[in-house]
Design a protein around this ligand. Structure first.
Ligand code: URA
Length: 425
């Protein structure tokens, strides 16, 4: 077999067989074909696409390139959750303890942030002592004792995806439906759960910019799940405006603490409750309505909050010692009116420039910096009222005006877009 023939075949829009895709992926991870050759192959897929069978072949080869987690020693229903990444998205930290407190196990392997999207691992690292690298035994013990565990993605899971995803990032070939579907599903299937709930973000602050593409991605992932007899449920949720009021690692942990104290942003509450109920209903095989009632109960009774603290403590974190040392700058509104839009992309770029994000996986980040939105979508604001607060250790040029310009303030209140667009099973 020759790489050049396989690339030409894809460039001519012909279907590849399993052996051809396996040859390309395995040769690349063994260093037998160069980054340039693999880039040609990726671009051929990017432009000509993959059929569902080819997407499955790619997923399967990537799964087999690394280890597969065995969760058979856990005697509870298990459900995994994945988010395709969004601005201010801290819901893993909320949903995991809620679902665990309902007696459903949540084994989560999460990633670090890269580019403008934040990573759950970075948020948890802003808690002093939190251990992200548990051994396999510690991970399983935590799942058996607490019911949830969040650790960093094992280097050994879907090894090929790691290398190919890094290359895709470098050459600007991330936003391809078969490439994203196989990348996400290879990691999720290798992580061992039989039920996977995916929060698929749609909008300016997400990979998927419109509902049509997001639906296609969801359907592709559901079909791949079927090859492995895994139940995949995808919820499309709006990511045009940030999720919740805080953006930035430690600030997002603080918002989670507020959430469990009953002080929550409406959209964050709606999505968290919805995803939790979906996870519980599919794992326990009960109706969504029943599961939702249970979630609300677990929140109101404090059970979910207790689970949150127990989980953080179990993994070594000291919630009273957050890495939150930063200066504070309050930004004042120059207008009176209603907040009809908040630009997620502008804000995530600002938070990135303040030091919360990384370009390379090895870059150091500032856990404390970020933004608190003192006003939310639909709120009324008066001139000279505080609209947002910047937490910083290094200044960014024009940071005040960037924050201000991210808010669209108008005289008339517009109808808010719903956070949950649809769910596909
Ligand atoms: N997240 C992934 O894990 N892979 C992609 O390709 C895109 C988002």
């Amino acid at each position: 077999m020759r790489a050049i023939d396989i690339i030409k075949k894809k460039q001519n829009k012909e279907k590849l067989n399993y052996n051809e895709i396996e040859y390309m992926v395995n040769s690349y991870i063994k260093g037998k074909i160069s980054d340039d050759t693999m880039s040609e192959f990726i671009f051929a897929i990017y432009h000509k696409g993959l059929s569902i069978d080819e997407t499955y072949y790619l997923t399967d080869v990537m799964i087999k390139s690394g280890e597969v987690i065995d969760l058979s020693s856990i005697n509870k229903p298990i459900v995994d959750k994945h988010s395709t990444g969004g601005v201010g998205d801290k819901i893993t930290l909320i949903v995991s303890p809620i679902v665990a407190s309902a007696g459903v196990c949540v084994p989560k392997m999460s990633g670090r942030g890269l580019g403008l999207t934040g990573g759950t691992v970075d948020k948890l690292e802003s808690i002093t002592g939190y251990k992200l690298n548990l051994s396999r035994k510690e991970f399983l013990d935590s799942l058996n004792n607490i019911g949830c565990a969040v650790i960093s993605q094992s280097e050994r899971i879907a090894l090929a995806d790691k290398k190919i995803y890094a290359l895709r990032n470098q050459i600007g070939a991330v936003d391809s439906i078969p490439l994203i579907a196989s990348s996400i599903m290879s990691k999720k299937i290798a992580s061992g759960s039989n039920i996977i709930v995916i929060d698929l973000k749609v909008g300016k602050g997400a990979f998927m910019k419109n509902v049509k593409d997001a639906t296609k991605l969801a359907e592709t992932m559901i079909k791949i799940g079927k090859y492995y007899k895994k139940k995949v449920i995808c919820t499309l949720s709006d990511m045009n405006i940030p999720l919740g009021k805080n953006i930035g690692n430690v600030l997002e942990v603080k918002e989670v603490i507020d959430f469990f104290d009953g002080k929550y942003d409406k959209r964050l509450y709606e999505l968290s409750v919805y995803i939790s109920a979906l996870m519980i209903s599919s794992a326990k095989k009960i109706s969504y309505k029943k599961a939702r009632e249970l979630v609300v109960n677990l929140l109101d009774s404090g059970h979910a909050k207790n689970k949150f603290y127990a989980w953080i403590k179990y993994q070594g974190g000291n919630i009273n010692k957050l890495k939150d040392k930063a200066k504070k700058l309050s930004v004042i509104s120059n207008k009176t009116g209603y907040i009809n839009n908040i630009d997620a992309v502008k804000l995530s770029q600002l938070v990135f420039d303040l030091g919360a994000g990384r370009v390379l996986k090895t870059d150091k980040i500032d856990y404390a910096c970020g933004i608190v939105l003192n006003k939310q979508l639909g709120d009324k604001i008066k001139e000279n009222e505080v609209i947002g607060t910047i937490y910083y250790n290094k200044k960014v040029d024009n940071m005040e005006s960037i924050l201000l310009e991210s808010f669209k303030i108008e005289k008339k209140k517009r109808k808010n877009k719903k956070i949950i667009i649809k769910t596909i099973k």
